[in-house]
Ligand binder design. Structure first.
Ligand SMILES: Cc1cc2nc3c(=O)[nH]c(=O)nc-3n(C[C@H](O)[C@H](O)[C@H](O)COP(=O)(O)OP(=O)(O)OC[C@H]3O[C@@H](n4cnc5c(N)ncnc54)[C@H](O)[C@@H]3O)c2cc1C
Length: 272
């Protein structure tokens, strides 16, 4: 957690957004940090959705960006996992926030990485690159996900070991959560993979599907993706979504939406 080095920054209220207080900030490395804000009493969302988050500017028009909520829908605080883009209009400033500072939060969360957009199934694969892990940190802590699916597999692909945000906390997050700990112990599996540094698993997501690593875990199951029983969610880089989407379509998976549930869903969080 960050130590306070200056007085908290307050901001003027804005008619279009909630003003919320930052509760805590955790820096993972020079590229990534997490933070949490107070959840307004009226703020409702479904696990997996995103919302606009931002800061004021000198012109008076807030600078807002889309952020997946990484806490589950029952939590009292709203947690986010953020990139630090060196010259990024928002994140060059956002990475300096401290507990007690204020920021803007959109009023209407939306998104397609929700269980409502998927047909019933047995195995749920959540494929992520980089900060694309964020919505899955929400879903993996939602008890409803464990009622809907027999197996819940979170795959996180990053370039460097230090980019594996939540790697050491992942199991504890679930074990310490009374709402999901029992089901997660039986049904949850986490597959981290690092593509540009030595690590026990180093293939890209497509390679892990091809060589069977994706399925060779204690939960077991078929050694391939099957649209009859498997469901997939993808969040992260355009490159990963494009590649995996084509792979899934080739296997007969059909993209779903809130109004027309299917066998896989995507959220393109950034272009790289
Ligand atoms: C639906 C949706 C959900 C999103 N959820 C998140 C989230 O949970 N966490 C998060 O950090 N960002 C998320 N983003 C991206 C976010 O909206 C901003 O782009 C990001 O905060 C950077 O803002 P910026 O103003 O500093 O730079 P921008 O001007 O927005 O981006 C500058 C450059 O950085 C790259 N970039 C932006 N975001 C990322 C990222 N997350 N990872 C790698 N490269 C990136 C862009 O491709 C661009 O080239 C999401 C975007 C969308 C559309």
């Amino acid at each position: 957690m960050t130590t306070l080095e200056r007085p908290p920054v307050t901001i003027p209220d804005h008619t279009a957004f909630n003003t919320v207080d930052v509760r805590w900030v955790k820096h993972w490395n020079e590229h990534l940090f997490s933070f949490a804000v107070d959840r307004p009493a009226s703020f409702r969302f479904r696990s997996g959705e995103f919302v606009m988050v931002g800061l004021p500017t000198e012109t008076g028009k807030p600078l807002m960006r889309a952020y997946s909520i990484s806490s589950p829908d029952y939590a009292e605080e709203l947690e986010f996992l953020s990139i630090k883009v060196q010259d990024g209009p928002l994140t060059s400033r956002l990475q300096l926030i401290q507990p007690g500072d204020q920021m803007y939060l959109g009023r209407k969360p939306v998104g397609t990485l929700v269980t409502d957009a998927l047909l019933p199934g047995k195995r749920l694969f959540m494929f992520s690159t980089g900060t694309g892990l964020a919505p899955f940190l929400s879903l993996m802590r939602d008890p409803q996900v464990y009622d809907l699916f027999e197996q819940v597999v979170v795959v996180h692909s990053v370039r460097r070991v230090s980019d594996l945000a939540y790697h050491d906390e992942m199991v504890a997050l679930l074990a310490d959560d009374p709402l999901v700990s029992e089901q997660a112990a039986q049904q949850f599996h986490y597959i981290p993979t690092v593509t540009r540094e030595p690590f026990h698993t180093s293939g890209r997501i497509g390679a892990l599907i091809e060589d069977g690593t994706m399925f060779s875990h204690p939960l077991g199951g078929a050694n391939q993706l099957d649209p009859a029983t498997d469901r997939a969610m993808m969040c992260g880089s355009s490159a990963m979504i494009h590649e995996l989407g084509a792979r899934l379509e080739g296997l007969g998976f059909v993209e779903g939406s809130n109004s027309n549930p299917g066998t896989y869903v995507i959220e393109r969080a950034f272009v790289d």
